[in-house]
Design a binder for this molecule. Sequence first.
Ligand code: APR
Length: 243
Amino acid sequence: MTLEEARAALHTARRVAVLTGAGVSAESGIPTFRDAQTGHWARFRPEDLASPGAYRRDPNMVWEWYAGRYRDVTRAQPNKAHHLLALLEREKGDGFFLATQNVDGLHARAGSERLVELHGNLSTARCEACGTVAPLPAPDTFTPPPTCPLCGSRMRPNIVWFGEFLPELALEAATRAFQEAEVALIVGTSGQVYPAAGLALETRRAGGVVIEVNPDETELTSSLTHSVRDVASKGLAALMGEA
Ligand code: APR
């Protein structure tokens, strides 16, 4: 499929599902996980920070790390890619669905509404005792760990850690949307983490068109219909005729 054909398919599709990963926020200055130079994982071993075992061993260290990331994403701004996806949603209406693996909240801040955050959100915490989810205080007034506004117990980061299950309803909604999509866009994800990465394959299996936007080849590339080899903002602009 050529870029022209991919653009036409996106333009005419009534049902569009989008999966985004860390790459969509790279142009907002938020480092991707697996980037050797700047990624979080280059400086820390993931299992030392983002797992239930790490949290049991050293909750304060894990909270300090998340509090820092929360501060960083609060200072960052949504970029053109986030805004283009919000625009695409306004064009497609109820036929649009966005699933993100990102926990930075930038899609919502750009105006996306038909959105599920599959891996949680840095700006909220969840009570370890009663499960209440509550927003964190502003970063400059926040001292971790937070306590539950309902029962006073310690709260944990509201993030899906390695070895944990994705929220069932969110994953079901995303799976349905990708199965029904005529066109799926896979933007800025290395496609290494399942089940999120499997969503692209749901659309392909159901006979839909799957278009990747990524400057590099990924684990998913060979299974997809077309790849736009560019950063998220430029690749989406080219596909949407907004360049
Ligand atoms: N535009 C688009 N894509 C980009 C850009 C950019 N400006 N910069 C980098 N990329 C691509 C990289 O080529 C890479 O394929 O973004 C991808 C980022 O991959 P990862 O860092 O692996 O991030 P992601 O796919 O979101 O990781 C999935 O893994 O660690 C867990 O839970 C974590 O949600 C995360 C999940």
